[in-house]
Design a protein around this ligand. Structure first.
Ligand code: CU
Length: 485
């Protein structure tokens, strides 16, 4: 282990001031909304949304691959261009769904058709219309009709944590200068936890970059998009950083291999379709809304955390470089020395966060709060789609049996396509994930287990069969403590 220490004062304050623009949906009262995307589990089996989709998928599958409106071509757009693990992820997939929805309307000759969403939190099994013989919506998968998406990854507490993210990057994955390649960025919770794990547990094509071949892909991403719309409707701003906001997904853009393609997204007439990110920041700009949004965790604490997010004063990062691999059931770990007073300040913020303080109570926020995040850089899992991981800190008995209600538990994440070479896609050098340590530090203090003068992050690879798998890192654990006030 090689621990280094650096201090970044004021840098975050400058970037955050630039990136605060309010984008509540109420600011688009004049935009016409012609379509409402609905929960697939509220639709009857013979609802026209289902039957039109089934028929259109069958027709698109019958078209030759070169046809831009063919099923295979639509899936290849994802294989060639999809950004993951950085802040291009959400807007790119929103554009991808919008052009797909228009393609289905064209193929089905039904301008009213609207993509439904699969809310895996309320209904963790793949919906019934997506199973059965002679059904274009069925698809070969590792999951079966009775397989549930695990609540560790898609449960209500996870969605509540995601909805409480105070900044765009923590919500939407981290800043990258370009959609593909590069070493910057990093997965945020929405992408690494429910999004990635659903891909892996559904399995089959869903665990690959050709995932849109499975008709459930589009409903999965529609739910991710709905959670983004929910976070904005709760009053949270998307970034105004021009690196993202002014970015255009152009027709002649090089893909992750540097190859330039004739088209990326397509219009219903087959011509290239261009989107600029700030033109899709609100769903109303694309003429749709959702029938139901996720609720805001309504406490003074969350509101105060969000308003303070724009006033970051200082950030300090402690970095422990690490090249190591471990066997199944063994945690990757290292110790990072940290002053006990800093840990105490962070744990205190965790206590404040976990208090459910009603909006109308007399609750005074402390003048200074501190939070801690763990960035895991260069994490690698063996080939195969079915790998997720749990993160603990300072747990002397950590193992596959350690439950996620243990006070040492921090959070979970999952890989998407790691180790599967496919078409030579990106992420060959390991993946970066970011997790929040603030509440775990508080939980440890409350349980009587202090952390003393060190934080020991521990990463354990898990698999659906409970046996775990080996795990490697060629990168670092970075612990960043931010002070706000
Ligand atoms: Cu996806």
């Amino acid at each position: 282990m090689n621990a280094t220490r650096r201090t970044v004062l004021g840098a975050l304050a400058a970037t955050t001031a630039l990136s605060t623009v309010r984008l509540a949906s109420a600011q688009y009262p004049g935009l016409p909304v012609s379509h409402t995307r609905r929960d697939v589990n509220t639709l009857a089996a013979d609802d026209p949304i289902i039957t039109t989709y089934r028929n259109a998928v069958a027709e698109m599958q019958a078209r030759p691959d070169g046809d831009p409106l063919s099923w295979e071509h639509q899936a290849s757009i994802h294989n060639n261009f999809c950004p993951h693990g950085n802040w291009f992820f959400l807007p790119w997939h929103r554009c991808y769904l919008a052009q797909f929805e228009d393609v289905i309307r064209q193929v089905a000759n039904d301008p009213e058709w609207t993509l439904p969403y699969w809310d895996w939190t309320r209904n963790p099994q793949i919906p019934a219309p997506f199973w059965g013989a002679d059904n274009a919506l069925s698809h070969p998968r590792s999951a079966g009709p009775a397989t549930s998406m695990p609540s560790e990854f898609v449960g209500e507490p996870v969605i509540r944590q995601i909805m409480a993210k105070p900044t765009f990057e923590e919500f939407a994955s981290f800043k990258s200068l370009a959609p593909y390649g590069g070493t910057d960025g990093g997965y945020g919770q929405l992408e690494q936890q429910p999004h990635n794990r659903v891909h892996g547990v559904v399995g089959g094509d869903m665990a690959t970059f050709m995932s849109p071949r499975d008709p459930i892909f589009w409903l999965h991403h529609c739910n991710v998009d709905r959670i983004w719309a929910s976070w904005n409707a709760a009053g949270n701003a998307n970034t105004s950083d021009p690196v993202l906001a002014d970015f255009t997904f152009a027709a002649d853009q090089p893909d992750h291999l540097g190859d330039v393609h004739a088209s990326q997204f397509v219009n219903p007439d087959g011509s290239p379709r261009i989107f600029t990110v700030n033109e899709v920041y609100a769903t109303q700009q694309l003429m749709y809304v959702y029938d139901r949004l996720e609720p805001v965790p309504q406490t003074n604490t969350v509101i105060a955390m969000q308003s303070l997010a724009a006033q970051r004063m200082a950030a300090e990062t402690l970095s422990a470089n690490l090249q190591r691999s471990v066997a199944a059931g063994v945690a990757l770990e290292t110790a990072v020395a940290i002053e006990p007073a800093v840990v105490d300040a962070v744990a205190n913020t965790g206590r404040i966060r976990s208090l459910a303080v009603p909006q109308n109570s007399n609750f005074a926020m402390p003048r200074q709060i501190s939070t801690a995040k763990l960035k895991i850089r260069g994490l690698k899992a063996p080939a195969g789609p079915d790998t997720a991981f749990r993160v603990f800190i300072n747990c002397d008995y950590v193992g596959l049996e350690t439950p996620i209600n243990d006070p040492h538990y921090v959070g979970s994440g999952a890989f998407f396509m790691n180790g599967v070479s496919g078409e030579g896609h990106h992420h060959q050098g390991g993946v970066d994930f970011v997790l929040d340590l603030t509440e775990a530090l508080d939980a440890l203090r409350r349980s009587g287990n202090g952390v003393g003068g060190q934080i020991r992050p521990q990463v354990l690879a898990i698999t659906s069969d409970g046996k775990g798998t080996e795990l490697a890192i060629d990168g670092a654990f970075d612990i960043t403590v931010e002070t706000v006030g």
